[in-house]
Write a protein that binds this ligand. Sequence first.
Ligand code: FAD
Ligand code: NAP
Length: 481
Amino acid sequence: MSLTRHFLNCRRNLINIYSSSFSTSAINLQAVQQATGTKRICIVGAGPAGFYAAQYLLKQLSDCAVDIVEKLPVPFGLVRFGVAPDHPEVKNVINTFTKTAENPRLRFFGNVTLGTDVTLQELRERYHAVLLTYGADQDRELQLENEEQAHVLSARQFVAWYNGLPGAEQLQPDLNGRDVTIVGQGNVAVDVARMLLTPIDSLKLTDTTDYALQALAESKVERVHLVGRRGPLQAAFTIKELREMLKLPNVETCWRPQDFTGIEAQVGKLQRPRKRLTELMLKSIGEQSSRKVGISNNKQFLPIFLRAPKSIGQRQMEFSITKLRENAAVVTEETESLPSDLILRSIGYKSSCADAGINFDTQRGHVCNQQGRVLKDNKAQLTEPEPGLYVAGWLATGPTGVILTTMNVAFSVAKTICDDMAANVIDTTSVKPGLAPDNRRIVTWEGWQRIDKHETEAGKPMGKPREKIVSIPELLRIAGV
Ligand code: FAD
Ligand code: NAP
């Protein structure tokens, strides 16, 4: 089906199609006039925040039409490129997103980047409301000398590598050394540790990219250090993820009992999730004393607390020994070096400013907003919201929270959009031109379905749920654009 026909099929309420005077550098866009009364909303970013917001808007606003603009030729953001391949159950949210995408009032424009192919101003001119949900595609840095060296990578790059983010296949992490040091103790750090230590035969049945499976099969890594600057009571990983590590076949978890001095006495005062996590760590330490650690051929997972990154050497990393003061890590004069053939910093993702028109807080790494309403430029000390411009997901909250958290924020911001529409904060009477793809570079939902089918078919012979395609030209070819 041609794109124009697809477009007409999806949107029977269109009354006019004009040629555009708004063509941009990479994509030629047409201006489209739509039936009066239709509230047109553009969502930028097809991750969980974008899809959950779309779901809410389509349900609550019977006269709205939603366009999702996505940088990649494929949807789902970190559900496809972040969530670990051995957690396929988490990816079931894709079924809900697919249902939303099949609503005739939603259009998917894949391979369209805000800031390159289309500007915020153009979107603002063409939609009654714009919701930014383009996530966090950078990572925080340690700000240490030698951080640029080849043996220092971010967990974000490593995750993107095993998950097949286009471009990440070039990474080639060196897995020829025995020791990997992961800086940070969040769930991303644990995901990465698990991917490095899981027996390869289990990973072969996941959608881990083929090249990553080959590299992991040849990996010489035996010990993964998971280093936190604070103590066991401040660890950012959660119980389910720790339990998985403790159950990994042929891997022993080796704690440092001295890190837990005085912890047992505090357990009773802790909130339930933290209490259960701490009890699990203490139980595991108890079991460790009854087995002889380090004498088997097992690989080792080594959580280490109270160590703040200090400097990066060739095959080692130096840490300052810290003490806790009111839950904060205070560095001391003492240091410890850990053998580190490969260093992965896992200290959080970071959003970027995709378009100069966005009021972006570069220090905090998110879009300035109040409950999802984007604030006017704060340079002029204005704090009132920009009518019709919203933000949700990690771009609004910073890079924390699981999919459920992201869903709740997205629903809440979508409700704010509905409220603002009802209160006439957004002018919905004017007839504005909308986006319409008129060339062959945009991936529609049908295009994505072709990619999806191709990938799942390609995975079948190996028993994998899919074999991801990582080349953008190849994705576009399969999408038929
Ligand atoms: P994203 O998922 O990042 O989506 C943003 C989308 O915007 C992407 O598709 C991106 O390509 C697109 N985009 C970026 N720039 C542009 C642009 N300029 N123009 C147009 N589009 C653009 N949560 C769980 O519940 N369970 C898990 O197991 C889990 N595992 C995780 C593993 C990792 C490694 C990470 C990092 C996170 C994990 N999370 C997990 C958290 C979960 O992924 C996030 O809560 C959620 O993805 C955030 O959604 P989002 O829509 O804000 O951002
Ligand atoms: P995170 O949970 O915020 O953890 C970041 C870690 O980095 C913390 O241990 C933090 O320590 C440390 N850190 C930050 N700055 C540091 C510095 N300068 N030096 C040393 N350490 C530093 O972030 P994340 O692991 O990237 O995860 C992001 C979100 O995705 C989380 O909400 C997570 O739960 C979610 N996620 C979920 C899953 C899952 O459900 N399986 C999987 C992956 C991710 P401090 O606490 O001391 O700052």
